[in-house]
Ligand binder design. Structure first.
Ligand code: NDP
Length: 327
């Protein structure tokens, strides 16, 4: 039998769990469909130094565990599964996971975003065999090794600095000579004697697929077109993220880059709200995701309460009108 809910939340990152805390405290008994990467992107981060309230920083996985406990404490239910299909064409909405059907009056989309890849054949073949999209998860395996980090944003620079804890040499490969990363991150990486930079360059190939491990890379300077082959033990891809919105394509308005279009946190479908990275191409911070998660829960709560009031008024009118007719 289908699970009937007033509010369902898709995703268990900072946005989804904050929404759950607010909704549970409003007695909405929300259901969180956690996704198979429960806890979202912060679970693959090391130190979080910019989430207010933690002057000494907190580990990403620990922060998410605390949020989960806080949501659970007020009565949030969790399903540890991905949503496989969703029907937003009529309310209540229907969501299917591999084993459950959920029928819900309102929905908060907090499905976040996932790591973008270069698209090289060798990259996909060597993923998990020296190629990684998560320094925090895999850095430990590269003790005293030579590694490369691709990208010029905060993630790439943060990962490069983090990897110096393990690797003997870390080289950032970036396709431009200007960085998207904040100045403090760039300075921190530049001041680290283990970090080197190869700029205006891209990786053409990761070697060696035939050996089933990373032994080197072919790097091309995009200005001179010169290609050099460098020995490598690991390659970390840190070139940004793709919003997780495939399930909603054709059902709600999305931007050209696939983010959910929102007005505040309202989407183009009444009763569907979006929070966190899935609707935020600009800020993409744990704290902004938490903020929009809170907003989405409040919007869902207000909609549910208004509709319940309207329903109540309708019932009252139906009860009152026969008496009114008699007088
Ligand atoms: P960004 O989108 O900010 O940066 C992606 C980087 O990858 C850019 O330098 C981009 O190059 C490069 N890139 C993109 N596609 C390719 C490609 N196909 N080949 C080669 N290079 C490519 O993503 P981030 O993940 O770095 O950051 C996302 C957000 O998270 C940002 O808002 C950031 O500030 C935040 N963040 C904050 C942290 C903190 O505060 N501690 C830590 C990590 C992230 P180009 O510049 O040329 O476009």
């Amino acid at each position: 039998m289908a699970i009937r809910k007033k509010l369902t939340i898709l995703g268990s990152g900072s946005a989804g769990l904050t929404a759950a805390i607010y909704a549970a405290r409003a007695n909405l008994e929300p259901l969180v469909i956690q996704g198979l990467q429960a806890g979202g992107q912060l679970t693959i981060t090391s130190d979080v130094e910019n989430f207010p309230g933690f002057p000494n920083g907190i580990l990403g996985p620990e922060l998410m565990e605390e949020m989960h406990k806080q949501a659970e404490r007020f009565g949030t239910q969790f399903i540890y599964d991905n949503a496989e299909s969703i029907d937003l064409t009529k309310r209540p909405f229907t969501i299917r996971t591999s084993s459950e059907e959920i029928v819900t009056d309102t929905l908060i989309i907090g499905t976040g975003a996932s790591a973008k890849l270069l698209g090289l054949d060798s990259e996909s073949k060597l993923m998990g065999h020296g190629v990684s999209a998560c320094a925090t998860c895999d850095g430990f395996f590269f003790r005293d090794k030579t590694v490369f980090v691709v990208g010029g944003g905060d993630t790439a620079l943060e990962e490069a600095t983090f990897l110096t804890r393990f690797a003997s040499s870390v080289t950032v490969i970036h396709r431009r000579d200007g960085f998207r990363a904040s100045a403090i991150m760039v300075d921190r990486a530049k001041q680290n004697p283990k970090v080197k930079f190869i700029l205006n360059s891209v990786i053409d190939e990761i070697l060696d697929v035939s050996k089933g491990e990373v032994t080197g890379i072919k790097v091309r300077n995009i200005i001179t077109n010169e290609v050099q082959e460098l020995p490598a033990d690991g390659v970390f891809i840190a070139i940004g993220h793709q919003p997780t919105t495939d399930l909603f394509k054709g059902q709600i308005e999305l931007t050209e880059t696939g983010y959910v279009v929102t007005d505040g946190v309202k989407t183009s479908v009444k009763g569907v709200f979006a929070a966190g990275d899935v609707q935020d191409e600009l800020y993409r911070q744990a704290i902004t995701a938490a903020g929009t998660g809170c907003m989405a829960a409040l919007e869902a709560q207000w909609l549910i309460e208004n509709e319940e009031l309207e329903e109540h008024d309708k019932e009252k009118k139906t009860l009152v009108s026969p008496v009114a007719n008699q007088s």
